[in-house]
Design a protein. Sequence first.
Length: 482
Amino acid sequence: MKDLKNTELLKHGSFINGQWQTSDDCFPVVNPATNEVISKVAEATASQVEQAITAANTAQPLWQEKTSYERAAKLQRWAALINEHKDDLALIMTREQGKTLADAGGEIAYGKSFIDWFAEEAKRVYGDTISKHADNKMISVIKQPVGVVAAITPWNFPTAMITRKAAAALAAGCTIVIKPASETPYSALALAVLAKQAGIPDGVFNIVVGKDSRSIGEQLTQHPLVKKFTFTGSTKVGKLLNKQCAESIKKVSLELGGNAPFIVYDDADISLAVKALVDAKLRNCGQTCISPNRIYLHRPIADAFKKQLVASLEKVTQGNGEAAESDVACLIHQEAAENVHKLVESAKADGGKILIGGLSQSPDSSFFPLTVIDNVTHSSDITLCEIFGPVFSLITFDEPEQAIEQANDTEFGLASYVFSQNINRLQQTTTALDYGMIGVNDTAISHPIAPFGGIKHSGFGKEGSKYGLDDYLIIKAITYGF
Ligand code: NAP
């Protein structure tokens, strides 16, 4: 990556206690658009992971002692540096993750916005004084940092899934050890370069990289010095890690998979709904946890909606994320494209009809074409699973109750969307939908001011918003007798 403006951003080993560490065992990081090896990163050893946890534990009381204004100032400097290097950070992300440069630039700004937000929230950690219950007593409630935090993050948002956790943890007075996905370590390591430059003290922000996620995960979830564990990734791995945390009774938060329904009623603004759907679905080529996964169309508007959707997709250009003309790029690897192909094939076998896209044979690269499949059934695999690709899966319904029932008939409960101009219908639908987040006539639902998180098998805990610090704080009740 000699074309970076600042080649110092590219690091090849773990960042522990403010130092860069290497090891004998290296793994390649691959550009998913071209299959070229970008470079190699050193696998963190067990002793390096131990060092990171110990360093975070040593640094934590000193970081906690700083005033909220001092912590905020460091976070603000970090955010400013991220902004200064946004072009390089976006290029690194596009090369290792595959998303378009526009998407990557958007993610850098989005990731930074959580640091901006939590730098301010650091100053707003309030306790309570409870009205007296006896003449000689008083109770006060204070909030304190939980301690050392360990985090494991996914490849689909290699920067933002880190800053959304780390900014809240650091603002609260915690220190953190993060293991990013092995597909996208460079974005994480670049954040560490800038954290150091921002003056965030050694040991406060640590990154351990490795392909042996199982072993690193066991250390992070089982270590007694780690007081809080936070994970973003698949439900399958989240369940396993939650179990691993049980023995040491850690505070846990889990941001897991989704299977978002997108309901369009007959009174919806169809152009608005189509645009919102395409924007949400094409972001990161459909590889987002809040991506609309099942599109329920009310029969009276179904044909008009399909026509507009197909016309809109015909204008989209797909290609290497680095090319300026690419509106949408590739998936994280060929295996991901093969999985999407299998889901489309099974939907076809269940009676689904391709309106645009699809492949006649299994993909031979990480690219999967924009695909609309109509006449999908509720029991088809494509309805039950998270597609994680640029496939629009359409189901037509007659009665609103039927759409709501089918929308809720899943183990997931992350995001959902509903489009209508009828306030009563919207009120009834939003009350009935079992989801942590609902977009009404809108799909841009993620913002630092809004609580992000799911229910059911999509996890628990909230990231961002005024609630986001709570996951990194403990509540202490102090009863004074006098
Ligand atoms: P994943 O396979 O669960 O991996 C996520 C992270 O867990 C990676 O860092 C991975 O490391 C690590 N990991 C995998 N197996 C592990 C194990 N046995 N022990 C410890 N760590 C382990 O998920 P993914 O495929 O990367 O991400 C896609 C999933 O994330 C989707 O389901 C998506 O919906 C979900 N997601 C949810 C949110 C949300 O906020 N709710 C946001 C983004 C993504 P390696 O890469 O090294 O294997």
